[in-house]
Design a binder for this molecule. Structure first.
Ligand code: ADP
Length: 298
């Protein structure tokens, strides 16, 4: 069926991104709560139509680790993207809320399975792995959103991208500074995964504050400095997994098959993890201890 603006009753705003807002909505014809993302783009109609067509392959993207896509349409210069509503927001919201190692492993396993699904089934890389693009719900599901499915959409967004906290791999930063667009491979997503796991564990962007005050210092630290690591309270197996994701040389990073064979994820396959309980506790903790916003970039 075709989805359109008239079908929705608007509820509250869920969040603000770089390009527009995400709203909780009620889809009247199906009686389903959805999330409606508005992406403001100054584009002509033919480009907007290309985006809608390209987004269509998402109708084939059914995986427990990928946000369900319900449809997209455009009005004037805005693309509206309609997706599954996740009632525990994104991973950054519960990051740092006393994350035990079994929860860390379960979330990581879901993200790796999602990335592998995108690569094997849809032949795409994610290109924007970061905690705000990993969504969770109170049932314990962990799903990816905002992946690079539409080339036209990616190109249109890139122009306005004001990257503050960078999850980009060193080779991507180097490639872009030299004007190479194709320095990107799936192993760049593996780097971003490693940074996201650490941020989930510690509750803030893993490079020290003095580097994220300043874009240049931050990019220099990523390219030339030592990669960050998990805090000592996590075991050797977890440390090793994250260490392999954050290999500075892209060719030395494991692929998804190798990551899934790593003991960190193998242990998770057979372990009971009470995600429902952990998420409820994390959300309750967050209510009492709201996240302090990260300082703005100079
Ligand atoms: P960004 O551009 O930073 O990736 P988005 O515009 O994608 O941010 O989303 C902004 C915020 O809206 C997210 O951090 C998340 O909290 C919320 N959000 C996005 N999609 C959903 C969804 N499907 N269900 C619930 N909340 C969502």
């Amino acid at each position: 069926f075709k989805i359109k603006m008239d079908d929705f009753e608007l509820f509250e705003e869920l969040g603000k991104g770089n390009y527009g807002t995400v709203q909780k909505v009620w889809h009247k014809p199906t009686k389903v709560t959805m999330a409606l993302k508005e992406i403001r783009l100054e584009l002509d109609d033919s480009k907007l139509k290309t985006i809608i067509t390209e987004l269509d392959i998402l109708h084939r993207a059914t995986s427990p680790y990928i946000i369900d896509f319900y449809g997209a349409f455009f009005i004037e210069s805005c693309v509206y993207y309609c997706m599954e509503y996740m009632d525990a927001q994104s991973l950054d919201h519960v990051a740092g809320c006393n994350v035990p190692e079994d929860v860390l492993a379960r979330v990581t396993n879901c993200v790796v399975k999602g990335l592998r699904f995108l690569k094997d089934e849809l032949k795409i890389m994610h290109r924007d792995v970061k905690p705000t693009n990993v969504l969770i719900n109170r049932k314990g599901a962990v799903k990816l959103c905002d992946f690079g499915v539409s080339g036209q959409l990616d190109r249109s967004l890139a122009k306005t991208n004001i990257g503050c906290q960078s999850y980009m791999a060193p080779e991507r930063i180097k490639g872009e500074s030299q004007g190479q667009a194709s320095s990107y491979t799936a192993s760049s997503d593996v780097w971003s995964l490693g940074l996201s796991i650490i941020e989930f564990a510690i509750g803030h962007y893993p490079y020290p504050p003095e580097t994220y005050q300043n874009v240049f210092a931050q990019l220099t630290a990523i390219v030339h400095g030592d990669p960050p690591a998990l805090p000592d309270r996590y075991g050797d197996v977890a440390q090793d997994f994250v260490g392999q994701c954050l290999e500075k040389s892209a060719t030395r990073r494991p692929n998804y098959k190798q990551l899934m064979e790593h003991p960190f994820l193998q242990q998770d396959e057979t372990r009971e993890v009470d995600m429902v309980k952990w998420i409820a506790e994390a959300l309750a903790y967050r209510e009492v201890h709201p996240k302090t916003s990260t300082p703005a970039l100079a």
